[in-house]
Each structure stands twice: as C-alpha cells, then as structure tokens.
Design a protein around this ligand. Sequence first.
Ligand code: ARG
Length: 470
Amino acid sequence: MNAKPPKNKDSANALWGGRFAAGPSAIMARINASIDVDRRLYKQDIAASRAHCQMLVDAAIIAAADGKAILGGLDTVEAEIDSGAFNFSAKLEDIHMNVESRLKDLIGDVAGRLHTARSRNDQVATDFRLWVRDAIDNLDAGLKDLQMALLVRADEHAETIMPGFTHLQTAQPVTFGHHLLAYAEMIDRDRGRLRDARLRLNESPLGAGALAGTSFPIDRHQTAQALGFERPAANSLDAVSDRDFAVEFLAACALTSVHLSRLAEEIVIWMSAPFRFVMLSDAFSTGSSMMPQKRNPDAAELVRGKTGRVIGDMNALLIMLKGLPLTYFKDMQEDKEPVFDAYDSLELCVAAMGGMVRDMTVQAAAMRAAAAQGFSTATDLADWLVREENVPFRDAHEIAGRAVRAAEEKNCADLSGLTLSDLQGIDARFTKGALDVLSVESSVASRTSYGGTSPTRVREQIVAFRKRLS
Ligand code: ARG
C-alpha cells in the first residue's frame, strides 16, 4: 500500500507545507521566525503587493475581478495593522506570509493568486529596498535640521574666540562659529553619501522570482515605476541576493555616527569643569544620584556610545554576506535587524545632537581666556617677521620660539605680556607693530584665507551654506 502518511494540517505551514507531513519543532519555528523584526516592513510589503497585483491584472495573468478582490483585501490588512488590531503569528514566520494568510482569511482562495510570478525572495528584497529608501529620506531631513542648528549657533558665534587644538594642545585661536561649521561640512558629506546610496539602491528586484525570473509575461518596468524605482534590476540572480544597498546604508550611517560622536566627545570635554566652554540646561543634562553638584552630558555620552553599535551593525551585515554564494540564503534574514537598529540609533542621535546644539549656552569668557593660554599666537609673531622683515619662515619660527621661552620665564599668561624691549632683546628687528599681532583677536581677524577662521570668512561661509541648504 502506498497510503500517504496522515497529515496534521494545523501544524504544517499552510503556505508552503504541501510536501511536509508535519510541522517544525518548536526550536525550528523559533529560529526560523522573523516576524518580530520584519513586521516593520508591512507598509512596504503591502505597497509592493499592490503594484504586483495591478501588473498581474494589466498583463492578463489574473482576472480583473480577482485583482480587485486582492486590492480590497490588502487595504483591509493594512488598516488592521495600522490600527494595531492585526494578530501577528510567529507560526507564519514573516511579514510576507502574515499578510498573505490574513488576505486569505478575508477574501478566500483568490488570495492565492497574488503570489503568481513572485517569490518571497524578490518580495523581501523589494520591501527592504523601499524601507531603506524611506529611512534615507528621513535621516536626510534630520541631518539637514542639525545643519540648520549648527548654522544658527555659528552665526551667533562668528566672533567668539576659542582655542583651536591639535593633539588637544592649544594650537591657534579660532572662532567658535568656524568650529561649528566644520561639523556642518562633515554632515553635508554624510548626506551626500546617503544620497549616493539612494541612487544605486533605487532598482526594483520585484519579478526576479525566487532567482531565475518567471515564465509569466510580467511587466517589471510597470511594477518598478509604480513603486518609484528608476528601473528593474537587470539580473534576477543579483536582484534576490544583492544586499549592497543595505551595506552602503550602514556604512553611511556608521560614518555619520562617527562624526556625531566626535562632536559629542567635544561637548563632553567642553562641559567638564576645567574647560566650562559650554553648559547644557536641565533639558539636556542629568544629575548624579550621589554627588549633588553633578550635571552630566549623558546625551552626548550616549551619542558617542551608540556609535559603537552602529559600526557593529555594519560589520554584522558584511560578515553575514561574505561567505554566501548566489543566490538567496536564510542567513540573509539577519540583514534587517542591524539596519533597523542602526537607523533607530542614528535617528535618535541626530535629534539629540540637534537638541544639544540648540540648547547649549556658550561661555565666551572662558573660551576667550583659554584661547590666549599656551602662547597660541606664537605663529602670528613668526608670520610678522616674515611679512614685515622678510625673515625666512624657518628662522622666524626659531625667533618666535625664543619669545615663547622668554614669556614662560617671565611667567606671562600669554604672549601679550611681552614688552617691545623683551622682543628686541630676542631680535633687534622687532618694532612696535609686532605687539599688535599678539592678541587672540588680531590673530583670528588675520586668518582671512579662503576657508579660514576670521569672522569675515566665517560669515561668508554661513551665507554660502544657507544657499546650499535652501
Ligand atoms: N523572511 C525572509 C527573509 O527575510 C523572507 C524570504 C524567505 N525566502 C525563503 N526562500 N525562505 O529573508
């Protein structure tokens, strides 16, 4: 006798269980299910199903009446998920099968026609691209807002003098506005990288099928266009296995996070008592449960801290992909969590950074005092010798170095403490004019080269930036 083994319809998967006699073990079901993560794709999944369904009708692959029933059912499914009424089931593994199964509850067997000429492999690749595309657009808006915040504060502080550092040693005085604009530039490049990623991402995998394409007369250009893609992806094998777009997104996120982290680190330093360059209000700082005097820049520290996980998210995806031959493997189901995590982390960090930039009070007097320390105008003295006395820069550097030593020996707080006779004791070519270049104000005012720190140049940079952003 070749009687079929009894089949437990309740436990075998309703959407692919035809060749299975029984359902998966509890552990198999648990490792296989992704619904808790990929339910976030529901809008994209339903949008792609709508486009696919309409194309199937237009190509006369399914009947118009069936297409109408499917589209109506998809509206209901979406409304149910929107409202929170939808009952997600881990037994149905992922968002694609949850949606399709509910569609069947709602409209009956005709729901089964939706999966004609489609696989979950091209489906998930399509949904995920649509999701990352939206994520890029949201991040871009957030980053632009952060740039605006930086520009406003830079404008306020175009003339505020602070120490510029290299090696965290006082180097030359700069303007705080100039310093903030440096971050606006970094963020501009970050936005450019996200835009670049979006351009390459914007191809439709839909219609690639499981891997080989389909025998049905589908119109991939139609579905691509309906979903706002530039074109259908040219190779079906590549379409279902390519996750470059997610890697590029994560790489752009990682670098953006690193930029935010560097600014966060500066805020942490600027907030510490020996600096006191900026203060954050109650709205953007926290206290200590033990030390009553504390005001901690926790949000800045968390921006710095979360950067580690965003970099980790990028690594996770690259490592997941590196050993995979063509085409789809279930490993790739692990692609979504790092992307969602990086997006959630970065989106919050961008908002927190904008909040801190707007909130911080700038202690201009403390910055000004620190800017003069460490003989920060020694370069100006050397430049004066080159300009006024035609001294070769190397010799001028040596002479200015001796002036620094003299100021140190005299216990001067800064080089302005030197008198003309002090200077002439070092080199007879010094005249009264040399004294004028020793203040931090004249130092920054003189840095008028393109992109330099002088208030005039900073104001020009702000105007140019505003134009770029509008
Ligand atoms: N949940 C799956 C994923 O995210 C969808 C694709 C499943 N494809 C398959 N052949 N099992 O990757």
